[in-house]
Design a protein around this ligand. Structure first.
Ligand code: FPP
Ligand code: MG
Ligand code: MG
Length: 331
């Protein structure tokens, strides 16, 4: 990967756009029922990575610079879309913690652990409702359609993940498809959305989409890798959580190529006593983790390729720098 000579710290670069993000979202979530607002606002505590708004804002400014002779001035609508992106993401986390019966997130009690399942579900719905209203206010049909597509993809992705694990040959394709739906779609369409709002033509909007898609898939590949190597302490959630949930992610799928006896365990979703430990041992006794990282690297290289089609700007450089951060993160 080509690393720009002048180091650009992406967070620093767009600090003024990002610093009040959580506060502004909390404001959007205001309403007459205090407890509902509290449930919905609970994960907007400024502790999240906020990678979606970061990428969206960098893309918005890089596109604007590209189209306006270097002037990267961000439009209000583009920043609103960055907020929407984080809100949709957080709504899915709220529902995800109910589905996964997680009792911690980011090192604190999960929303469902604190408020109970029913209120968490309604709180997640409330975030989505508010995000939907914000999209409507943008008054752009194409962007509205894009965000409807994201919601469908997220739901499809979660459903694919619950689906049957049979048929060894299609497993990896299914996994990448699921990964696009559950993670990359939101990033891809957020990038495309800010590009459209900035006045991009179809091919520029497509470039933004492809950048977000490739970064998104790489991001989830690393997430799936970290599930095997991180402890509860660094991730703020239990390690090997995916195996315990019955999920076969890239490291296991690669490990199964060397240890075909894993296929049976994958098919029964690691449900028998000892399955999780056996799968862990196989992964660590294979190059599944290295291969996963290698694949993530390939996706990042593709993302860099797309970012390189934009004119040179600090934001364009930061988009490239982000791919490095996505690859090398440890939480
Ligand atoms: C986190 O995955 C979950 C997602 C990225 C998507 C979850 C989607 C839904 C629950 C569908 C509902 C959709 C809407 C629009 C509300 P994970 O469980 O692998 O991550 P984690 O380790 O952070 O819990
Ligand atoms: Mg989860
Ligand atoms: Mg989940």
């Amino acid at each position: 990967i080509h690393i720009p000579d002048t180091p650009v710290e992406p967070h620093k670069l767009v600090e003024s756009d990002i610093q009040d993000l959580a506060k502004d979202i909390r404001k959007e979530l205001g309403g007459r029922h205090v407890e509902l607002c509290d449930v919905a606002a609970y994960y907007f505590d400024g502790q999240g990575k906020a990678i979606r708004p970061l990428i969206s804002i960098l893309m918005a400014r890089a596109i604007n610079a590209h189209l306006n002779g270097g002037d990267s001035f961000i439009k209000t609508s583009q920043r609103q879309l960055a907020l929407v992106s984080e809100m949709i993401h957080t709504a899915t986390l709220v529902h995800d913690d109910v589905i996964d019966t997680s009792d911690t997130r980011r090192g604190k009690p999960s929303v469902n652990a604190l408020f109970g399942q029913k209120k968490a579900i309604i709180g997640g719905d409330y975030i989505l409702a508010k995000a939907g209203a914000m999209v409507a206010r943008l008054n752009n049909d194409e962007v509205t359609q894009i965000l409807a597509q994201v919601l469908e993809d997220l739901v499809q992705g979660e459903f694919m993940q619950m689906g049957a694990n049979d048929g060894t040959s299609e497993r990896f394709t299914h996994y990448i498809g699921k990964t696009f739906n559950k993670t990359a779609s939101l990033m891809a369409y957020s990038c495309k959305g800010v590009a459209i709002l900035g006045g991009s033509d179809e091919s520029l909007a497509e470039m933004a989409f492809q950048y977000g898609k490739h970064v998104g898939i790489a991001f989830q590949l690393i997430d799936d890798l970290l599930d095997f190597v991180s402890s509860t302490q660094t991730m703020g959630k239990p390690a090997a959580a995916d195996l315990q949930l019955g999920l076969a992610t890239a490291p296991v799928l690669y490990a199964a190529q060397k240890h075909p006896q894993l296929n049976e365990l994958i098919e029964r979703r690691f449900s028998k006593p000892g399955d999780v430990q056996k799968a862990l041992d196989c992964v660590h006794n294979s190059d599944g983790l290295e291969q996963t990282k290698f694949l993530a690297q390939k996706y990042c290289l593709e993302a860099v390729h797309y970012a390189n089609t934009l004119i040179d700007s600090s934001y364009q450089k930061a988009l490239i720098n982000i791919t490095e951060k996505v690859l090398n993160r440890s939480k």
